[in-house]
Design a protein around this ligand. Structure first.
Ligand code: SAH
Length: 479
């Protein structure tokens, strides 16, 4: 983050505006809306100021500002498009220790003016860090559409009950849970539907129930959530919602950093991928931790790479939760097979190539692969192998030994869907050597079958082109 986002209380404080054109008028307007005493300096004002001049908190000076004008000022804006005046304003503001912003002159800016969605008292401010204000403005327009005007009123309404809730619910977690349930539940629905009275009545009833319940220990909840293979755009809406509600998150090594930034900022984070090395212990420890946190009344987010029910041990964790009568929700995620195949241009089934697709794991003990070979050796089937990178040598040898044509196409996708995705293609006969040459380290997925040849037929680009292509698409999507 290049800038610190803060919302400044400028009520009855002095703000200087140097300029008389449209940008100056916009700044004056916003400062007045926020309750500031605005001092406008300019020999001639555009008609945009006509309405503003009668505002009781605006004082107009038909001259340029001078050093003495900065006494008691907290913020100064320059919008004259005159280099010498910009420079002078900046110098005087600095001398007086005043925060200054000169429109479109980054070197003279202590702060950025964001694009704002105003649903006062709810305010959304968007900034591109000065890099591309147009993107911030486009985003603002999108948010503008998403946020019903009634949200401002809802915020005020909720604010009216803040003290009552503070009194009755003593812990921060209790209050947060109460507000989340209230705003996203019936109270919010009533209010947004225009029935503030019913909303208020319901809120007080819910508050009494919550206050009574607060004295008895509450059972928490576990959200078993699939985070997908890495690209945060592949999360589901529901995953994101629960990620924002969690009190504590237990996450795996496979969950990307970008995804972790989307978890509620104040949630406690436990990296369970970094627990002791012995696997059996790790799983037991994780399950135990989940159970004990839920018993303390916490909302536990168990965040897993891909889909929790595909080689994710989600089932085992749930069995344990069920034993302790802990409520849970399971949210599917995009599994590595779908994510990697899509981002590598390899359709997993295709009428001319594969009528079925099997997902297997090659996580065999001591290099011995205990697989059901007769069902795997089938030219019209795609085989996707999870956790197979370290045994790729044995795996490919065994496939050929059990009758698969050595010329069968194969691909290994490393860090699929992430910005560092790498794809190695070849045949089951030579893929191991090619992977060794590539130096990839995983996580990696192996796809075996004639569908791999479609990647060339589809004229899938080189990896850097592809990454660029995805990014361009992404950027277009964002705009
Ligand atoms: N539940 C997960 C799989 C966990 S097993 C899912 O549904 O995807 C871990 C294995 O998944 C890794 O060894 C690798 O084979 C595969 N995998 C997970 N994420 C991957 C990614 N981004 N790229 C390539 N393979 C991945």
């Amino acid at each position: 983050m290049d800038h610190l986002p803060i919302f400044l209380d400028v009520k009855a404080k002095k703000i200087i505006i140097d300029g008389g054109g449209t940008p100056a008028a916009r700044r004056a307007e916003r400062a007045l809306t926020a309750g500031a005493n605005v001092f406008v300096f300019c020999p001639n004002l555009s008609p945009e100021f006509d309405k503003l001049l009668s505002h009781p908190s605006l004082t107009y000076f038909p001259r340029a500002p001078e050093q003495a004008d900065f006494d008691g000022c907290i913020v100064a804006y320059g919008a004259t498009e005159n280099d010498a005046r910009d420079e002078a304003l900046h110098r005087m503001a600095k001398q007086a220790g005043v925060l200054v912003n000169i429109a479109d002159v980054t070197k003279y800016c202590d702060f950025i003016t964001p694009s704002v969605v105003d649903r006062s008292p709810l305010i959304v401010a968007v900034s591109s860090g000065g890099n591309a204000p147009i993107i911030a403005r486009i985003l603002r327009a999108r948010i503008e559409v998403m946020l019903p005007a009634a949200y401002g009123r809802l915020t005020k309404f909720v604010g009216g009950f803040r003290d009552a809730v503070m009194d009755k619910l003593t812990s921060t977690d209790q209050r947060r849970h109460f507000w989340e349930n209230t705003i996203e539940g019936q109270v919010g629905d009533f209010f947004l539907a225009g029935d503030a009275e019913a909303a208020g009545k319901r809120l007080l009833e819910d508050l009494n129930i919550a206050a009574t319940a607060a004295d008895t220990p509450q059972m928490g909840e576990v959200y078993l959530v699939g985070a997908g293979p890495g690209d945060p755009d592949l999360l589901t809406f529901k995953a994101l919602r629960l990620m924002q509600r969690a009190d504590v998150v237990l996450y795996d090594r496979l969950v990307s950093d970008e995804i972790m930034t989307l978890v509620r900022r104040d949630a406690e984070r436990v990296n369970v991928g970094k627990m002791p090395q012995q696997h059996t212990m790790v799983q037991e420890d994780i399950t135990q931790l989940m159970v004990s946190l839920a018993k303390q009344g916490k909302r536990v987010l168990r965040l897993k790479g891909g889909d929790p029910f595909i080689f994710g041990r989600g089932g085992e964790e749930l069995e344990e939760l069920a034993k302790h009568d802990i409520p849970f929700q399971v949210i599917p995620g995009i599994t590595a097979a779908s994510g990697c195949a899509s981002y590598a241009g390899i359709p997993l089934t295709h009428r001319d190539h594969a009528q079925s697709c099997v997902l297997i794991t090659a996580h065999g003990k001591d290099g011995v692969l205990d697989l059901d070979w007769p069902t795997l050796i089938n030219p019209s089937q795609t085989v996707v192998v999870y956790m197979g990178l370290s045994s790729l040598g044995t795996l490919s040898e065994q496939f050929v030994k059990h009758g698969l044509n050595p010329a069968t196409p194969a691909a290994v996708i490393d860090n699929g869907t992430r910005s560092n995705q790498q794809v190695v293609t070849g045949t089951i006969g030579d893929i191991h050597d090619k992977v060794l040459d590539s130096g990839i380290k995983g996580p990696a997925l192996i796809i075996i079958g004639s569908v791999v040849s479609l990647r060339d037929d589809l004229k899938w680009f080189t990896e850097s082109d592809k990454a660029h292509h995805q990014m361009t698409l992404h950027a277009q999507d964002t705009l």
